[in-house]
Write a new protein. Structure first.
Length: 280
């Protein structure tokens, strides 16, 4: 990680037209463990790698229910994710109380974007250092959204964020045409294979390091952890669960789609080497 004279405040623009504090928050997302989300015409699935801070600690939960019809998977700072999930749950409860129907995901994502954007315009705040994959089902069908620390959000057919996520996105691009008409078991298998491609060669998918979240036309959002995930993991042969060592822990091409119509080659700002952020 690098620092320069333009990154002391999120409100300070660099001569290259960049907000370095926002870029640093996006780096925190890249250092989080990988998570993958995909959808078909009837269901949406999200899978995530759980990470333990040590052998003495339990694995951190990566998939969090928000309402009966939706949930999120996180990559980045877990504490920031808890704050955003609390906001999302409050909005879902208020909308259900006022209208007696679930909150549409598109409206919730608009509210989320506005909330996250406020943190990029004040010197007394910092951007949220977490990326979310939000899956849900409403009157318009299944949805998958990606949110970024820059306050942008994207409606996706399939997406992967976190460490080594480029390998998972490559898998999804190759099989994109198959996802829409897949049944639930095929969709889960595709998600697990994409997540497997983010693993180092010495690791494999197990019920200890994988969480699976499913929501669909006839199913409320449900999270499968530990022994509950075994029937879904069995959709892959034992040989298919082993990692292929795809890419470095932090890939340069893990950035989300461009935020603005900036010039393709902006000049570099003066930088000095500094300490890296410690991401749990």
């Amino acid at each position: 990680m690098f620092r320069n004279q333009y990154d002391s405040d999120v409100t300070v623009w660099s001569p290259a037209g960049r907000l370095h504090q926002v870029e640093y928050a996006m780096e925190a997302v890249k250092q989080g463990s990988a998570t993958v989300g995909i959808k078909s015409k009837t269901d949406a699935v999200v899978v995530a790698l759980k990470r333990a801070s040590s052998d003495l600690a339990a694995h951190q939960k990566k998939i969090i229910p928000v309402d009966e019809h939706m949930g999120v998977s996180i990559s980045g700072l877990t504490a920031d994710a808890r704050r955003l999930v609390r906001f999302m749950r409050t909005e879902c409860l208020n909308y259900r109380y006022a209208h007696d129907i679930p909150l549409p995901l598109s409206r919730l994502m608009n509210l989320m974007g506005n909330k996250m954007q406020m943190s990029t315009q004040g010197y007394d705040r910092r951007p949220y250092g977490v990326g979310l994959l939000c899956v849900g089902y409403d009157s318009l069908g299944p949805h998958l959204y990606q949110t970024c620390p820059s306050a942008n959000y994207y409606d996706c057919k399939g997406m992967a964020i976190g460490a080594r996520s480029q390998a998972a996105r490559t898998y999804l691009e190759k099989h994109l045409d198959e996802l829409y008409n897949s049944n639930l078991k095929e969709l889960v298998a595709h998600a697990l294979r994409a997540l497997r491609d983010t693993l180092p060669a010495e690791m494999e998918l197990t019920n200890k390091n994988v969480s699976i979240g499913i929501v669909g036309e006839n199913q409320e959002f449900t999270v499968y952890d530990d022994e509950d995930a075994d029937p879904l993991l069995n959709l892959l042969d034992p040989a298919e669960r082993k990692g292929k060592g795809g890419g470095s822990a932090i890939a340069l091409d893990d950035a989300p789609p461009p935020d603005d119509d900036l010039p393709p080659a902006a000049p570099e700002d003066p930088a000095v080497e500094g300490p890296a952020m410690d991401i749990q």
